[in-house]
Design a protein around this ligand. Sequence first.
Ligand SMILES: C[S@@+](CC[C@H](N)C(=O)[O-])C[C@H]1O[C@@H](n2cnc3c(N)ncnc32)[C@H](O)[C@@H]1O
Length: 287
Amino acid sequence: MISEHVQPDPVSIGGLLDWGVRLLASNSTSPKLDAEVLMAALTHRSRSTVMAFPERAISRKLAKEFRALMHRRAKGTPLAYLTGHKEFYSINLRVSSDTLVPRPETEILVDQLLRHIAPMGVAKVLDLGTGCGAIALAIKQQRPNTSVVAVDASEAALSIASKNGSRLGLEVEWIFSSWFKALDEQQFGFIVSNPPYVGREDPRLIDGVLRHEPREALDGGMDGVASIREIITGAPRVLAPGGTLLLEHGNDQKLTVSKLLRANSFRSIETHQDLAGHDRVTLGRVA
Ligand SMILES: C[S@@+](CC[C@H](N)C(=O)[O-])C[C@H]1O[C@@H](n2cnc3c(N)ncnc32)[C@H](O)[C@@H]1O
């Protein structure tokens, strides 16, 4: 029980970290890392500094804030929501509870898109469901000559994405839209998306690890592929001839996604695995 942990006094960094590690022991797979990352964020020091000087004291006010953050972490709040930041494709992104926390496996989606565009290549890319802007900004940073449009149906997420873009000096056009609806007649060489793809009754959404993230970022309808279906069906109208659609999906959705792509005239369909060896990204080309 969280409340059974005795909280330290006086407030040395080392004492607080030890307390935090004990608090998280049964709630996190990385209690020490979590405690150090939160202490570093709170004190505006690097993690290595925090680790190197455990004897240093912090104010009682900061110590109180640290304990409050640790209690939220113990209840499952993602670390990124507590620090307000997440690293994706070596970019430091602001995130909040209005945005999904970008996942390492989504970097595979970016990798696959980048394979198709030369370093100084010119291309038009559409990112559907951009969240905090992770995919769109990674592409713009890696391929500066691309023109990137990113849409989301969440105004709150788009606001964070556009602030990330301004802070990083990366130009992306942010559009409030349900998938393709608010887009004009423009066509894209590439559409990339990490859409919601978790089945609505998946226990992870209800009381599991995903419960703190926005439901609309994860809920893929009863069969998990409602958004994927909508995107695959609409994409041929928005893709330029020979254009490519790249989708992230659940590890058990490869066959469904490939079938939907074939049924909508996509060819050269291929699936790629994430670092855990799970089918994660499927792409196809229109004629
Ligand atoms: C799984 S999250 C991906 C966020 C980000 N691209 C990433 O990879 O971290 C899905 C995103 O799709 C957005 N979304 C859900 N339904 C949408 C719709 N109908 N039209 C546009 N965006 C939508 C959500 O708001 C959320 O930001």
